[in-house]
Design a protein around this ligand. Structure first.
Ligand SMILES: [Ca+2]
Ligand SMILES: [Ca+2]
Ligand SMILES: [Ca+2]
Ligand SMILES: [Ca+2]
Length: 422
């Protein structure tokens, strides 16, 4: 009969004998002795049943405790002996757990429990791979056949708040145009200062990613730029005349394979797409902690435009007519009022003193002359759209005849930054 460990057996003895009855062997036994109990000892090693953090977990705070779970069969209901067991973190033994649990339900032989270790003394870094090995013994000295290991990764710390500034090197919006004027050139650049994480050690940092949005917008835009460690990043395609929010998060060496040997490859479409996927993935990952957002104002690169003019009591508001319309039966020397709008974060709008107008006999030589307004209205600023409107009236000071066609051309309508279109 096989005997299992961790069991109690009751044993009693009895005499047996053989006797012939009518020439045939017969077997008989006497009364049984009193029973004895025998406990068969523990030869079952404990089992490592899991951990917290779990294997392959990410985003774990560096100072998070480590809990090791076990099960064991043990007739004495003691289970794992932490004095004999060894838990190592990146090779360093952790000693005795700060807290323990042990449970053998219903006074049975099969129990489970845990030991929880502080990691404070290890000073683990952010974004560090943590390898844990577990070798458990019970108090009879039965050990796991071999150590088991699991791995987790600590969280990526948030960078400090970056700083950002408007790159004012892009060209003013100047020159000729026909038809409707787009009020915004929409292509500005800001420069984001390198991100740091004061007082924190972070492993495997290869740079930082940038997101931006117009202040108050619901969604963030992924920037095409990827900041190298310690270097500034440029963020393109930002609207002018806006307050922009910028935030950054660190990225690790998983990006390095995307970037290959040449950082300029970031502008390769396939690399960019892969990086975008990674960035998007990071948005849902606790390992990608974003910094506090910085604010920066982009400057004015939008030229003003005419949206209405009036000759006496005749008003023109249709854009195509404003740029090439014809008005009949205007009295000579009638006052002209120009209504102009500008997208302009500083609220100044059109600089009327720089506005120039030609009035000539149609077909005659065009002569540009400064407009000398009789009246200028104060600019009205709409902060919701950063749009400034103002108007100026002037009286053409060339001799005009009846029944004669004159060509009126606003050759320069300039804002205070020098943006203008003709
Ligand atoms: Ca055992
Ligand atoms: Ca035991
Ligand atoms: Ca402007
Ligand atoms: Ca301006």
């Amino acid at each position: 009969m096989p005997v299992n460990d961790n069991r109690t057996y009751r044993i009693s003895a009895v005499w047996a004998y053989r006797s012939q009855v009518s020439g045939v062997d017969r077997y008989f036994h006497g009364n049984a002795s009193p029973k004895r109990e025998v406990k068969v000892g523990d030869r079952t090693p404990p089992t490592f049943t899991g951990s917290n953090p779990a294997d392959n977990a990410t985003g774990i705070p560096p100072n998070a405790p480590i809990t090791i779970n076990w099960s064991d069969a043990d007739i004495e209901q003691k289970g794992v002996s932490w004095n004999n067991s060894t838990v190592r973190v990146n090779g360093t033994p952790l000693g005795i757990p700060g807290s323990q649990t042990s449970d053998f339900p219903g006074a049975g032989i099969n129990g489970s429990g845990s030991g929880t270790f502080s990691t404070a003394a290890l000073n683990l870094h952010f974004n560090q791979i943590v390898n844990v090995s577990v070798q458990l013994f019970d108090d009879e000295g039965n050990s796991m056949p071999s150590a088991q290991t699991f791995t987790y990764r600590t969280a990526m710390a948030a960078p400090d708040q970056p700083t950002a500034r408007w790159d004012n090197t892009s060209a003013l919006n100047t020159g000729t145009h026909s038809g409707n004027l787009n009020p915004s050139n929409g292509q500005q650049t800001i420069i984001v200062a390198p991100a740091a994480a004061a007082g924190k050690t972070i492993e495997n940092i290869v740079g930082y990613a940038v997101q931006w949005r117009v202040l108050g917008a619901p969604d963030w835009n992924l920037s095409e730029s990827f900041g190298q460690p310690g270097a500034e990043a440029k963020v393109f395609g930002i609207p002018d005349n806006s307050t922009i929010e910028v935030r950054v998060h660190f990225v690790d060496s998983e990006y390095a394979s995307l970037l290959s040997a040449n950082p300029d490859d970031i502008f390769d479409n396939e690399v960019l797409f892969a990086l975008f996927l990674k960035l998007a993935d990071d948005l849902s990952s606790p390992s990608a902690a974003w910094s506090t957002a910085a604010h920066v104002k982009t400057g004015d690169r939008t030229a003003p435009w005419v949206y209405r003019y009036e000759f006496g009591d005749v008003a023109v508001t249709t854009p195509s007519e404003i740029w090439s319309g014809t008005i009949q039966n205007v009295m000579p020397n009638t006052a002209l009022t120009i209504f102009a709008a500008d997208v302009d974060i500083d609220g100044l709008g059109v600089k009327w003193s720089e506005t120039k107008v030609n009035i000539n006999l149609e077909g005659g030589t065009s002569v540009e002359a400064a407009l000398i307004p009789e009246t200028i209205s104060p600019p009205v600023f709409d902060p919701a759209t950063n749009t400034v409107t103002s108007q100026a009236s002037f009286r053409p000071n060339i001799p005009q005849d009846y029944a004669t066609t004159y060509r009126v051309q606003i050759t320069r309508l300039e804002d205070h930054e020098g943006n203008w279109v003709q």
